[in-house]
Ligand binder design. Structure first.
Ligand SMILES: Cc1ncc(COP(=O)(O)O)c(C=O)c1O
Length: 463
């Protein structure tokens, strides 16, 4: 168990980060790993920080300085059973040591895993495998274009679908960007791609219908996260997902649920099971293999059959697709998710955590809104009554989250520095973890509400 402590030493991470800048542009291999918490900023060459991790097991993670944390970040979602979950890893080790990791041929394992997914996920009549969430949305969009013979994709502000050119718009735009002004998130995207995207506010009925009515002849797909998992876990308004499906059916558009975060996380069948709305196509990654790299595109047979070979078909390629190593992990993880009471555990754990955090926050007279569902949630310190779309995340209490996050790190609780990322737990999180976490939150919130912070240098120990 974590020894209660009240300091954070990150000198080794700091050293390694400085070294990383020598060999890797910006020092990280995914921009999300740059922490921009203003009370947690490195001095020197970098305007941001990155924590280096040494190992993880079960619900805990250890950094390069030897700090131990209860992990609620869980690599942005994949680790649903716990780090190095023995039942999964035993199978993976056997595959590696005795059976090979890649063949470039079909395997019976891919059939078994695909069949499993069709039994778990309501919309999944057939399945294709890929390697990352980004690939999955790329394939799904190409499928929708090939199927409808239209080119435009409609997405929503604050929704993230990976990093390929067609979706790198308005994932985290400045607040109050006017609607229908796609905000380009990165350099390197050809100007003409912008013509292929429409961006709307989420959870909004009338404006969306107006846009669709106006542009439907060009719109191949509406892509949405069914719960906004990259904007603090905003849930759909009652009836909104059903409205999206009906709108799509009315105008011959395909509805894509990007369930890369919600899939195998908020229920065995993802958000489509939770909200009882089936999309035409759904994309999955993260939790489906407890952290091993694999993704899936699943959907209605008639749509999915546009994938194929020859004229008029959407081609499908990939050296690493359905490799037996990732599939072994996926098959075993999905088996456990369908047989064991994982979702009951995540729900109960999350609910208890939410109730306790809310109480501790209110005791300190800080207004807080809990966003999302117990299986993936986030805190927003605000007086606002309703949070329905990305712009609602702009709050009057700007830096309380990062102060609490910093205090939590000092106490061995790992949540992300960005409150647009969500808090997850895993099947390996124990009651002991929960009790410790609730105490740590209580202390962190209380201290953060009373302390004046200067920018903190992490290699300097804090009292
Ligand atoms: C909803 C959603 N879609 C797609 C992706 C991209 O997945 P990956 O990082 O595996 O490429 C992410 C990643 O966080 C995501 O949250």
């Amino acid at each position: 168990m974590i020894k209660t402590k009240n300091r954070l030493r990150l000198s080794r991470s700091c050293e390694l980060y400085t070294r990383a800048l020598k060999y890797t542009p910006s020092g990280v291999n995914s921009n999300a790993r740059l922490w921009r918490n203003p009370v947690f900023c490195y001095t020197g060459p970098a305007a941001a920080a990155a924590i280096f991790i040494k190992k993880a097991y079960g619900s805990h993670i250890w950094d390069a300085d030897g700090n131990e944390y209860i992990d609620y970040r869980l690599a942005y979602g994949p680790v649903i059973l716990g780090h190095s979950y023995p039942k999964v890893e035993r199978k993976v080790c056997k595959q590696i040591s005795k059976r090979g990791t890649i063949y470039g041929f079909n395997t019976e394992l891919e059939l078994e895993t695909a069949e499993r997914i069709t039994k778990m996920v309501p919309c999944a009549e057939t399945v294709k495998f890929a390697n990352s969430g980004t690939e999955a949305t790329l394939h799904a969009i190409q499928l929708a274009r090939g199927h409808t013979h239209r080119n435009v994709i409609l997405k929503f502000e604050g929704h993230y679908h990976g990093w390929h050119d067609y979706v790198q718009f308005s994932t985290h735009p400045p607040y109050l960007t006017p609607e229908n002004k796609p905000f380009v998130q990165t350099a390197g995207i050809p100007k003409d791609i912008r013509k292929l995207i429409l961006v709307e506010k989420w959870n909004e009925f009338y404006q969306l219908e107006r846009t669709v009515k106006q542009h439907y002849k060009d719109i191949a797909a509406i892509i949405t996260e069914p719960i906004m998992g990259n904007a603090g876990a905003i849930t759909p308004r009652p009836g909104y997902l059903k409205f999206l499906r009906e709108l799509c059916d009315k105008y011959g558009i395909l509805l894509i649920f990007d369930e890369v975060k919600t899939g195998f996380r908020v229920a065995a069948g993802g958000a489509q099971e939770l909200y009882k709305v089936k999309p035409h196509i759904a994309t999955f990654a993260k939790a489906m293999a407890n952290g091993h790299p694999i993704a899936a595109i699943a959907g209605e047979r008639e749509v999915m059959d546009t994938f194929g070979v020859g004229a008029g078909k959407v081609s499908y390629m990939g050296t690493y697709n359905a490799n037996p190593l990732s599939l072994t992990a996926a098959n075993e993880t999905l088996k456990i998710l369908s047989e064991k009471s994982v979702f009951r555990h995540l729900n109960t754990y999350g609910k208890k955590m939410i109730t306790s955090i809310k109480k501790s926050t209110e005791e300190n007279d800080i207004p807080v809104k809990i966003l999302g569902v117990p299986e993936m949630f986030q805190l927003l310190y605000t007086k606002k009554e309703e949070i329905n779309d990305y712009d609602d995340l702009k709050t009057e209490i700007t830096d309380f989250y990062v102060k609490v996050q910093y205090e939590l790190l000092k106490r061995g609780i790992m949540i992300d520095s960005d409150n647009q990322e969500v808090i997850y737990s895993s099947y390996s999180h124990t009651n002991k973890d929960l009790e410790y976490t609730m105490r740590a939150f209580k202390d962190a919130i209380s201290i953060a509400s009373k302390t004046e912070y200067k920018t903190v240098l992490p290699h300097v120990e804090q009292d």
